[in-house]
Every structure is written in structure tokens, then in C-alpha cells.
Design a binder for this molecule. Structure first.
Ligand code: COA
Length: 213
């Protein structure tokens, strides 16, 4: 149960404090984000890039972007067949053994969606929200900070009524984050093999939650 009494406040991520995000991301995430990533964050509407702070210290952050909705396809899944990237749909609510999720098993028997966005049909109305990063400094985890950042973002969606789904990628080995998102109503929509290039395991889950319905 999160400590809701923690005196947490939120603030926009901007040119004056973006270095805090760089420091935090390098402490939290196994991947190194490019300068382009941080430039893109600065270009976001301010409500889509928020810090969580206690006193004068930044202890967490969430960054999201709004994307076009393409039925059955996900813009940020980078799955155009390069580098062996392969998207396999999972049945919501069904549990899969590690043997099934590894080489072979459900992957051999599943189907692979070609995520080449150039051929995808874009829905003229609906949109998706993609969570690029959500992280809390290790010393402050388990106290409701991550949930409050996520809730803040989900509450913002009342101003984005065309957003009908929220999704993100989580490394398959990141059991804590998977539990966190499932607790918040997300489900495993797909497994993406070879999504990451320089970390092990290279596979991730695509976690999805329907919103604004
Ligand atoms: C995932 C992360 C953001 C969670 O933040 P947090 O502040 O520790 O999470 P909270 O305290 O708000 O937890 C909210 C709920 O998720 C559950 N949860 C959080 N971490 C969990 C874990 N490691 N194992 C099981 N459940 C967990 C909590 O029990 C809580 O449940 P409750 O609603 O019953 O109280 C944080 O662990 C983190 O920064 N991880 C590293 C970065 C990362 O992997 N981000 C995800 C990919 S973008």
C-alpha cells in the first residue's frame, strides 16, 4: 500500500531541469537514452512529462507521447522485421510458462504481426498514449510514487478523449514493473522478441490498458 501522506509534488520537465531526468534515467534504466530522446521530451506538451518531487529533490518521472492509433499495430514497437524483431500476440488472462515464452513454444506456434507503420492504416480519430519512461529512484520505491505518477497521467486523459489505449514496453525479466502495471489494470498484449539491442534478455512485453471507454 502506497504512503499517500508523503508530501509529494509534481512539476513540468523543462529546459531548466532536463539534466535531472538524464541523471535519473541513467540511474534507473539499463538502456541509455539518446540526446534526441531528451529533445523529444522537451517538445512534449508539459502535462506529458512530469517529475515527482519530495522537498527539493526529484525522485521520479513519467514521460509519454500521443501516437496515432493503428488497429493491431503499435508505432513504437520497432517491429519491421529488422534485427529479428518479432511481435507475438498473447491471449489476455492466459498465463504462459517460461518454456513457452522462450525460443520455441508459443512463439513458434504464435503469429507475428508485421509492424511496418508505413503500410499500417491509421485510425482517423482514435489515438494511443505511449509511456516512454516511468521510473522512481530505488530508495523511494514501494511508497506509491510510481502509482501517483501513473494516476496523474491517466487523469490527464480526460483532456485527450481520443486516446483509447495506453501502452508501454517492459523487459520480460522486469517482474516488479510487470506486477506494478498489472496492479494498475494493464495486461500483456504481446511479447516482442529482440526488441532491445544491448541488454539481456532482449525481449519485452507490450503492456496495454484500455481507457476513456
Ligand atoms: C515500476 C516502478 C515505477 C514502480 O514504482 P513504485 O513507486 O515502487 O510503485 P508503487 O509503490 O506506486 O506501487 C504501486 C503498486 O504496484 C505494486 N508494485 C510496485 N512494485 C512492485 C514489485 N516490485 N513487485 C510487486 N508489486 C509491485 C505495489 O505493491 C503497489 O500495489 P498496491 O496498489 O496494492 O499498493 C519502480 O519500481 C521503478 O522505477 N522501476 C524501475 C524502472 C522501471 O522498470 N520502469 C518500468 C518501465 S517504464
Amino acid at each position: 500500500m502506497g504512503d499517500r501522506s508523503m508530501p509529494l509534488w509534481f512539476c513540468d520537465i523543462n529546459g531548466g531541469n532536463i539534466d535531472e531526468l538524464r541523471k535519473m534515467n541513467s540511474a534507473i534504466f539499463p538502456v541509455r537514452y539518446s540526446n534526441q530522446f531528451y529533445e523529444d521530451v522537451l517538445a512534449l506538451p508539459r502535462e506529458l512529462a512530469q517529475f515527482a518531487c519530495v522537498g527539493g529533490a526529484v525522485i521520479g518521472a513519467i514521460c509519454c507521447r500521443v501516437e496515432p492509433f493503428m488497429p493491431g499495430q503499435f508505432l513504437s514497437s520497432n517491429a519491421n522485421g529488422a534485427n529479428g524483431v518479432q511481435v507475438v500476440s498473447l491471449v489476455p488472462g492466459r498465463s504462459y510458462s517460461q518454456a513457452e515464452l522462450g525460443a520455441g513454444g508459443v512463439l513458434a506456434g504464435g503469429f507475428s504481426a508485421n509492424n511496418n507503420s508505413s503500410t499500417a492504416e491509421v485510425d482517423p480519430v482514435r489515438q494511443r498514449l505511449y509511456i516512454t519512461t516511468l521510473g522512481v529512484m530505488a530508495a523511494h520505491r514501494g511508497r506509491g510514487v510510481g502509482r501517483r505518477l501513473l494516476d496523474l497521467m491517466l487523469a490527464n486523459l480526460q483532456h485527450l478523449p481520443d486516446v483509447c489505449e495506453v501502452y508501454l514496453h517492459v523487459q520480460t525479466s522486469n517482474a516488479g514493473a510487470i506486477a506494478f502495471y498489472e496492479r494498475a489494470g494493464f495486461h500483456k498484449e504481446a511479447i516482442i522478441k529482440n526488441y532491445y539491442r544491448h541488454i539481456e534478455p532482449p525481449d519485452c512485453y507490450l503492456l496495454l490498458k484500455a481507457v476513456n471507454s
